[in-house]
Ligand binder design. Structure first.
Ligand code: FPP
Length: 226
């Protein structure tokens, strides 16, 4: 691949529709989605990508029916107590972005431990956006920057975003056919290349991921210059 993104963002849409097509509950789709996350993390790392940010739960998703949310929390419990070890073995670190206060306490604790137990000197970082929304993130960063005193510049603001210290995404992929960002990394996506596909997330294979990388490698990025 000629040009490779350093950081890829992934909006994992279409789990519900995928399950419905199979006359199964939405949680079945989310479970299949989690298995995709596991496989794609390994694949992205193999491809040489350094950061993969997955939108696992938006702040707006918190108003979904209790049953669906409980299903997602159970997946987080499973992933962060079992599957995360596989990431560590691959020398990958975990980072969480989002508001942990709105989550069940035990889930928030597992997520925090997931970050803390990450290997030092990791060569790949998996970022999980959970109870995440860009508008809330920007408002919070502005508040924190104001409280710290001094001038608010792009640099100070960026420091207070949940993503502080991470490079901006070069490529954002959205599965499931919708053409929008849905409050995902709005500040950070200023110069990201966007890739949309109709493929529902549980069907988003490594091969589909490579199609997005291939398309990215052919895009010309000028960053506002000529
Ligand atoms: C949107 O699809 C997807 C979500 C709200 C949840 C995404 C979560 C996962 C893929 C599980 C990830 C698990 C871990 C541990 C990272 P949708 O349900 O809105 O789909 P629809 O548009 O077809 O209804």
């Amino acid at each position: 691949m000629e040009k490779l993104p350093l950081h890829v963002g992934l909006i994992m849409d279409g789990n519900g529709r995928w399950a419905k097509k199979r006359l199964m509950p939405r949680s079945f789709g989310h479970n299949a989605g989690m298995n995709r996350v596991i496989a794609l993390a390994e694949h992205a790392q193999k491809r040489g990508i350094k950061y993969l940010t997955v939108y696992a739960l938006s702040s707006e998703n918190l108003s979904r029916p209790k049953e669906e949310l409980e299903g997602l929390y159970s997946l987080f419990r499973k992933y962060f107590s079992e599957n995360v070890k596989k990431l560590y073995m691959q020398n990958a670190a975990v980072k969480i972005i989002g508001d942990m206060h709105g989550l069940p306490q035990d889930v928030a604790k597992l997520l925090k431990e997931g970050e803390e137990n990450s290997p030092q000197n990791a060569t790949f970082t998996m970022v999980f956006a959970i109870n995440y929304g860009s508008r809330g993130e920007i408002a919070r960063a502005a508040r924190l920057a104001a409280e710290s005193g001094g001038e608010i510049t792009e640099k100070t603001l960026e420091k207070y975003l949940y993503t502080g210290g991470l490079p901006s995404p070069d490529l954002i992929i959205r599965t499931g056919g919708e053409l929008r960002l849905s409050n995902f990394l709005l500040y950070q996506a200023a110069y990201a290349e966007l890739y949309f596909t109709d493929v529902l997330f549980p069907d988003f294979t490594e091969k589909e991921f490579d199609k997005a990388l291939n398309e990215f490698s052919h895009r010309e990025r000028r960053f506002g210059k000529v």
